[in-house]
Design a binder for this molecule. Structure first.
Ligand code: AQP
Length: 326
């Protein structure tokens, strides 16, 4: 079975972008691969956090992994900070990463833009992400389109290390959907939907109430025409709504366009509200039950132990090759 690793940062309520671009795929992969799914809370500290809120978001995200259908008997679910091997390997990889490579990362540029101060952690974060992936001898990494550049750096670092010191890492492949890998913001369909975008109208989160979902979809930015057509270049707003509709309902975009022909944007939006609410409500119910049940503590403890076992093997081999075992 192929090895899979992926993670989500507990930096806010998970959006339908995170869900459709990554988390939904985690569930699809759990029966056919050997997967490690992490709540990457150390990454969250690349921007300022409130400790209590971070703790609560970490548990909430772990509960969400279970609520969407991840089964801890089939996959390893763990919190990144429970496995200190991540930060140790990140340090060795940072020493092999060039300043120019990190400076080219578009996410660093976007997240740092307009900020008075930017942490070194935000700059070196791709090396920590590379460590997350390489520690588990990962072959496939299911992610959204925005992580492609970081994955390329991870591959470069694995190849660089293997060439210099001998084979220590598998070189992972990104697993990015052809369709739905970049869900766009509802308030600005030229930018991606994001947990930490300033306006709540940018995103639908998996915690949103039916009223919030209705209000956000009905207010979503479209265009001045009234023809329902899939054309991401000229009609990014409508095309984004059609993509979300298709991924939640299973109807293809062509089927949707044919069925909704001549019905106008209002009808598309109203139907989409029903589909999204119908899909999210059972997840929200399970999420509540899991948080109340207290089952998370043992799932995360076992996941952390299992992850550490695997991570320690890779780290040991790396340290031997680098002359660090004296
Ligand atoms: N808009 C998106 N469409 C499809 N996939 C997306 N992902 C993120 N946004 C979209 C994918 O979700 C996974 C988890 O993302 P992350 O928590 O590692 O951070 P991110 O990529 O930076 O996502 P956000 O929502 O924008 O978070 P913040 O605001 O905290 O930076 C990844 O696989 C990502 O590709």
């Amino acid at each position: 079975m192929k090895r899979v690793f992926s993670g989500v940062q507990p930096t806010g309520d998970v959006t339908i972008g995170n869900y459709l671009g990554a988390i939904k795929r985690f569930v699809e992969l759990q029966d056919t691969t050997e997967a490690f799914f992490s709540i990457v809370n150390m990454h969250a500290w690349t921007i300022p956090q409130e400790p209590d809120v971070l703790k609560q978001k970490t548990l909430s995200l772990a509960a969400l992994y279970l609520a969407v259908g991840l089964d801890p008997d089939k996959t390893t679910i763990f919190v990144q900070s429970d496995v200190p091997e991540h930060s140790e390997l990140a340090w060795y990889l940072q020493c092999m990463t060039y300043i120019g490579e990190l400076g080219r990362m578009t996410q660093f540029k976007e997240k740092g833009e307009g900020k008075e101060t930017v942490s070194v952690g935000l700059y070196t974060y791709p090396a920590l992400m590379a460590a997350d992936i390489l520690l588990y001898q990962t072959e496939l990494v299911p992610v959204g389109d925005d992580q492609k550049q970081h994955l390329e750096l991870t591959r470069d670092l694995a190849e660089r290390f293997n060439k210099r010191f001998g084979e220590a890492f598998k070189v992972p492949e990104p697993l990015i959907s052809e369709f739905g890998a970049r869900i766009m913001g509802l308030d600005d369909p030229t930018k991606k939907m994001s947990k930490s975008a300033p306006s709540p109208y940018n995103r639908i989160t998996l915690a949103d109430t039916p009223d919030e979902i209705r209000s956000k979809i009905m207010k979503s930015v479209t265009d001045t025409e009234n023809e329902i057509r899939y054309d991401p270049e000229r009609k990014p707003g409508i095309s984004n709504l059609l993509t979300i509709f298709s991924l939640f309902s299973g109807e293809t975009v062509d089927q949707l366009v044919a069925r909704l022909q001549g019905k106008g944007y209002g009808t598309l939006k109203k139907e989409l509200v029903e589909v999204v609410v119908g899909h999210l409500q059972p997840i929200q119910e399970r999420h509540r039950q899991i948080l109340e049940s207290g089952e998370l503590a043992s799932v995360l403890r076992q996941g952390g132990e299992r992850a550490r076992q695997e991570a320690a093997k890779t780290l040991q081999a790396v340290k031997e090759k680098m002359g660090l075992m004296v």
